[in-house]
Ligand binder design. Structure first.
Ligand code: ADP
Ligand code: MG
Length: 312
């Protein structure tokens, strides 16, 4: 568990992070979302002491981080940023190996870990291990950046707009991959973004910040149903709200008994994808199959629409 207690950073006489209290459960993804200048990066960087708080404390598993040597703390916490921060004169393999080597892992263990991470992040070892960052695409650099941040199996991974520089297609894939990798590894992730859709997609809980204040901290469904104030409402977007809901649920949750014509939808597709498929194929319903390809019933425009409405 990570606890932020009365965390405050004042520059001049402006509190850019203002008395933030937050508890982050181990093994979950927490997303901090807010407009530019709301204090997200400052908050994140106080967790690994790249910035020292003016007031308040950070506890990781009960230990006050201000009592640990800062360099030791930062080796135990992964940190990935928008432009990857890769060392330009080091190869991909050497970049990923940075923290394990600092920690004094033996060569063989480092080599094995680099190979394992490159596989996890779908970077072919023979092709990429000896390349330099400028010989990679933006998406590949981004994956190397996250692989490097995870190399020493940090219990906590801090990510500051990690997908900000990616085009929409690569970005969606990177988000899906991160979520899958997090579910496999159980890494606790604290991620900053200005994109509410990204927050809803990735966050087990979402922290909304505005002007240094934590406005709301709750699971996505709660934030959509009960935005704390007009600012949170605006950030969600009135038009987008029902569609955000549909990204949270799966087709499987809207299955009803019965049959329908045409290509089946997968039960684990999102309701948003299901709605798109129905609209595009001009159908009012489609059959649904599970992961093994078995028929499990059908999904209809009505059953999807019910799940896009404000919960009562
Ligand atoms: P975000 O990541 O949400 O865009 P930041 O945490 O980077 O916001 O910054 C929050 C506010 O603090 C901004 O108004 C920014 O200008 C200000 N700020 C950040 N760093 C400093 C600094 N070193 N000195 C003075 N003001 C700063
Ligand atoms: Mg920032």
């Amino acid at each position: 568990m990570i606890e932020l207690s009365h965390l405050t950073k004042v520059y001049g006489d402006i509190p850019v992070v203002n008395d933030v209290d937050m508890t982050i459960a181990t093994g979950t993804i927490t997303v901090i979302v807010g407009t530019s200048g709301s204090g997200k990066s400052t908050l994140l960087r106080m967790v690994n002491r790249l910035i020292e708080p003016t007031e308040g404390r950070v506890f990781i598993e009960g230990r006050d981080v201000s009592h640990l040597p800062a360099h030791e703390l930062r080796r135990s916490i992964g940190y990935a940023i928008q432009n990857h921060g890769l060392f330009p004169h080091w190869t991909v393999a050497r970049n990923i190996a940075t923290v394990p080597l600092l920690l004094g892992w033996d060569r063989e263990k480092v080599r094995a870990r680099v190979a394992e991470l490159m596989e996890l992040f779908q970077l072919d070892h023979d092709q990429f291990a000896d390349r330099y960052p400028h010989e990679l695409s933006g998406g590949q650099q981004q994956r190397v950046g996250v692989a490097r941040a995870m190399a020493a199996r940090p219990a906590l991974l801090l990510m500051d707009e990690p997908f900000g520089a990616l085009d929409p297609i690569i970005r969606a894939k990177a988000q899906a991959d991160l979520k899958a990798i997090q579910r496999r590894t159980g890494t606790t992730i604290l991620l900053v973004t200005h994109d509410m859709a990204e927050a809803i997609h990735l966050g087990d809980r979402i922290a909304v910040m505005d002007g240094g204040l934590l406005k709301q901290y709750a699971p996505a469904a709660d934030i959509l149903a009960r935005p704390a104030d007009a600012f949170v409402d605006d950030l969600i977007g009135v038009v987008d709200r029902p569609f955000h809901y549909l990204t949270l649920g799966t087709v499987g949750a809207a299955v009803e008994p019965g049959e329908a014509d045409g290509a089946p939808l997968n039960a684990d597709a999102s309701l948003y994808e299901g709605l798109g498929a129905l609209l595009w194929s001009g159908r009012k319903a489609a059959p649904v199959v599970d992961a093994a390809g078995r028929d499990v019933g059908r999904v209809s425009l009505d059953s999807i629409a019910e799940r896009a409405a404000r919960p009562t």
